[in-house]
Design a protein around this ligand. Sequence first.
Ligand SMILES: [Mg+2]
Length: 392
Amino acid sequence: MPAGRVIAHVDLDAFFASVEIRDDPSLAGKPVVVGGHPTRGVVTAASYEARKYGIHSAMPMARAMRACPELVVVRPRMRHYAEVSEQFFEVLHRYSPLVEGLSLDEAFLDLTGTQALLGPPMDAVRRLRAEVRERIGLAASAGLAPVKFVAKILTDLAKPDGQLEVHPGGVQAMLDPLPIGRLWGVGPKTEALLKSVRIRTIGDLRRAPADRLRFALGHDFEPLQALARGEDERPVVSDHEAKSLGAEETFEEDLEDLETIETYLLGQAERVASRLRRHGLAASGVTLKYKLADFKLVTRQTTLERPTSDGGVLFAAARGLLETHPPPKPIRLCGVSAHNLGPPPAPELFAQRDDKRDRLNAAVDRLRERFGNDAIRRARLLELDDEGKPKG
Ligand SMILES: [Mg+2]
């Protein structure tokens, strides 16, 4: 592993549910879930009070309501969560230029070499979490480690509202006793295969002879065993350098209700859009992907008429793909990604003013006819006032 890397993983606690409780204090202390249809939907997020009843995200709503009859169910407000997420990422960017968003409420930060500026990483992360609480009223947990996946595991162990650190010399001792399912890339299927040859902990995997692993997994096991040794050279890749930006979720229970799947797609589209805007980018391609219960991966792409960083437009494209290519059976994962990234075109300046957009687009087209493309490119530099007109 590269010497001396310091990677932080930061994750908001019970994000959607915490936002709802923050916005409606009468919900504090109650078992709250953000979720969909009472019979067909699933739990999107569960408050810590709800978790005491064994309720967790991706659990069918019907089962959650049986587990806790006094459960408070709030419908998801994805656009609102995306706005809160933008504020969260604004804070993260104050602590490192290298921020890799994993979802609306979760990111890696490379803190290597920030010590002179920010002080010891544990102190910097403590201030970061205090700032998140002060500015957006939510609790965040964090992990600090020399490699990405170890930092992510530490965050899980630190929850709720805590932070943990491991130094390079301590990684092995920390990983060894953990159950094998904690390892990145070990899902229920791989976990069962490993347990069939009595590999239960990360330490068991690290020490297992090659023959036994080949017998259990029947394929290339070396990357997995490298993770068990704490080796993970993947760098933190900031959204700014990425060729595409995506968001996806794996469900604990396979989903087939299209409305529920669309709720996830909407959240993912908003998440991708907010990352595009943060980096001043727009996408002209959208990909929908889903994985069937039998692990077959399906991806479908479409090209947009004009580049966008609008979550509604990305969602409409993904939903269109879902309608024309509906999954033939339940799915275990879905995701939305944006590609063909570039600077937003001039009309993008008016994206927030939908009602005026068409009129302005028409004006832009007229300008283009009269003066050519250069006039339009210059217009991109103008600032707009509240009426959507160029300032000054
Ligand atoms: Mg979270």
